[in-house]
Design a protein around this ligand. Structure first.
Ligand SMILES: Cc1cc2nc3c(=O)[nH]c(=O)nc-3n(C[C@H](O)[C@H](O)[C@H](O)COP(=O)(O)OP(=O)(O)OC[C@H]3O[C@@H](n4cnc5c(N)ncnc54)[C@H](O)[C@@H]3O)c2cc1C
Ligand code: SF4
Length: 419
């Protein structure tokens, strides 16, 4: 049974891979610390509308994990936290964690009185900036922990005191400061996941210039009942229902100038999102422009099912340019790779299927570990005692990151036991 500090395991990141690693290790009898940068647990999956292939809401799976955490005193977690320093060796690591201030303590009941009193608004990061929220906010409707956050801009403003006084539970602490916590752990699971490739870098697709060109992660929020339109898929420019929707596959992926690799997920994400559109608009025309469709194993059944829809056209061709033209809306210029004919196709809404980039490409670990050319962590011949899990290792689906999290938990336990 684990009972000393060096028999503890640190898990960095609380997406599906990190949550799985933490819970599996804790249920095997080891003390676990989770360090999460966001004010809530769950990672990017919390921002999805539905999961393919079954198309169930992600909160089913997340809630089961949160219940397992609530029931297991061996799991402790820090939100709004990052690892500042790691030193030492397998079986004996010293770790410094930086806790950023939430300005709200554990007395918060989630009553929302602070938000009612607050007039300042900030961009809603959870909805990828598609709407605004109060500067005293709950990160999202299903957030765990269900605790509000005060934005630093609010703390500096004249409104801060008024918002503090509105809290009936004395849960707001305007003097809360960033602080460091020192831990000793035996091994580390690094599961900091992915971020969407920045569509602003795709200069021929008009993202940021035309409001009706959005990305696949934004589409997840648009379809979600907790999203900026309460789940109604509409054009951001005018709130109208789109009649023709175009999905542009490999937007930046498999391209030497952007992401040279395939994320292996975007084709299925677009097919899933085509089903979101179909649910709301039985007559909408949908195009999926692709180079190759990547749908392997059992996921091919999902592809075949989506293909049965006569109003979904799978168009083999790479979109070269997107412009907005009077009377035509968004116009996509694309060469049909089968016939080599050039086409101009109009659409009301365009969804760029951007790929996944590892967060380690911009925020590497504070200790030397190997990465591949794209910034993904390499597990083979890595530093003993530090294990990668999930999309920080390779871009993939939830079912696979869950397996990866379980495998990383086993490796982390072996490191602790070996000592
Ligand atoms: C458009 C789209 C749709 C998708 N739909 C599906 C689907 O329907 N079904 C499916 O199976 N998969 C889907 N996926 C893939 C799915 O999102 C991933 O498999 C999943 O998010 C991977 O989980 P993860 O734990 O590896 O990473 P993440 O979900 O990215 O979690 C990583 C966590 O680490 C935290 N973190 C990051 N940096 C730090 C740091 N320095 N310190 C502390 N914490 C940090 C993050 O805040 C986050 O909470 C989709 C992907 C895309 C792009
Ligand atoms: S901080 Fe206070 S007012 Fe705001 S939600 Fe929490 S308990 Fe309610």
């Amino acid at each position: 049974m684990a009972n000393t500090d060096t028999q503890s395991i640190l898990v960095v990141g609380s997406g599906m891979s990190g949550l799985t690693a933490a819970i599996e290790a804790a249920e095997a009898g080891y003390d676990v610390y989770i360090v999460e940068k966001n004010p809530y647990l769950g990672g990017r999956v919390a921002q999805l509308h539905h999961y393919f292939p079954k198309l169930c809401p992600p909160y089913c799976g997340l809630e089961i994990n949160f219940r397992r955490i609530r029931q297991n005193p061996r799991v402790r977690f820090f939100t709004m936290a990052e690892v500042e320093k790691i030193s030492g060796e397998e079986g004996d690591f010293d770790v410094t964690i930086r806790l950023n201030p939430r300005y709200v303590n554990e007395k918060c009941t989630g009553c929302g009185k602070c938000a009612e009193a607050c007039t300042m608004e900030i961009e809603n990061a959870f909805n990828y900036g598609m709407d605004k929220i109060k500067a005293a906010y709950l990160p999202h409707d299903m957030a765990y922990p269900m605790r509000y956050v005060l934005d630093p801009a609010l703390i500096k403003s004249d409104e801060a005191q008024k918002v503090k006084e509105a809290c009936p539970y004395d849960a707001i602490d305007l003097d809360m400061e960033s602080r460091a916590v020192e831990l000793k752990v035996g091994s580390v699971v690094w599961a900091t996941g992915w971020k969407p490739y920045d569509a602003n870098k795709l200069d021929t697709y008009g993202f940021g210039q035309y409001p009706d060109v959005i990305t696949n992660v934004m589409m997840e929020r648009l379809a979600s009942w907790t999203g900026p339109t309460k789940g109604k898929i509409v054009r951001p420019s005018d709130g109208k229902a789109p009649e023709t929707i175009a999905f542009v596959q490999c937007a930046g992926s498999r391209d030497e100038n952007h992401l040279p690799y395939c994320s292996g997920i975007c084709c299925l994400a677009s097919m899933k999102q085509a089903t979101y559109v179909r649910e709301q608009y039985p007559d909408a025309k949908i195009y999926i422009f692709f180079i190759d469709i990547r749908a392997t194993d059992r996921l091919e059944d999902f592809y075949n099912k989506v293909k049965e829809d006569e109003n979904i056209r799978f168009f083999k061709g790479k979109v070269a340019k997107i412009t907005e033209e009077d009377g035509k809306g968004l116009v996509l210029r694309v060469e049909d790779t089968m016939t080599e004919e050039l086409h101009e196709i109009s659409a009301d809404l365009v969804v760029l299927a951007t790929g996944m980039q590892p967060n380690t490409s911009e925020s590497p670990l504070p200790i030397q570990v190997p990465y591949d050319d794209y910034g993904f962590m390499v597990s083979r011949n890595g530093k003993p005692g530090i294990y990668a899990a999930g999309c920080v290792r390779t871009p993939t689906f939830v079912s696979e990151v869950v397996q990866d999290g379980t495998a990383a938990a086993l490796k982390a336990i072996q490191s602790v036991v070996r000592r």
